[in-house]
Design a protein around this ligand. Sequence first.
Ligand code: FPP
Length: 255
Amino acid sequence: MAISGNKEKKTFDTGDLKVPVSLGVIMDGNGRWATQRHLPRTAGHKVGAENLKELCRNCVGYGVKYLTVYAFSTENWSRPKGEVDQLMKLFVELFDKYDPELAEQGIRVRFSGDDSELPQKVRDVCRTAEERSKDRPNMQLIVALNYGGRREILSSCKKIAEQVKAGEIEPSDITEKMLSDNMYLPDVPDPELIIRPSGEMRLSNFLLWESAYSEFWVSDILWPDFGYEELTKAFRDFALRDRRFGGLSKKESKK
Ligand code: FPP
């Protein structure tokens, strides 16, 4: 399918590539993108947010069903107050502003993280965005906001500890599945692929539990410049990965 009117010629042809059902993206490099252009870091976040719309269009085009993006980590509060305030302002403004386009693309919006520390205005916008989009069928956009993988695991453990305390289960009954079932969004499949632009090779506390067997793909392109071509490259490389999940490759196990 060729999409006209875009600067890049897009064909969502999946011939030699593999599209993950569940994809994670660490939107990194906004600050560097802005600094390279002698702009304030917040200008990078604005362009980065615009690029999230582009990523959504491309993921819907390719048929991704769950897209989880890292928008603000539990550690990002340590940034200068001005930058944190600007990011919160962006979250308040953009989910309303982007909604017509998200609706047109059939995208359901959900949030993952500890919302108790977010400003009330941000929480309200998040709840509204979730509520009005809940019946959209094409893709779920999960925005990790005040998200930390360790905090998510801790929160799951605390919920299970309450069940032990109430005498509903014994500590020896606790299983990996119970931990998974008590994560923030247990119905969202673990990401098969995690993409990190901007060249850094770490998870930075993103989806620690869920990424146990995710494939990791890193690009030197900074997030605001990460477009259709890079995404297509990632899906092409993903098709070549031999996912063994601790076992043997298909070829080996036939021997
Ligand atoms: C990391 O780049 C980026 C962030 C901490 C913010 C990501 C947020 C957005 C892209 C806006 C999302 C908007 C919505 C509406 C969800 P960095 O600042 O760490 O970049 P650097 O490593 O180059 O300094």
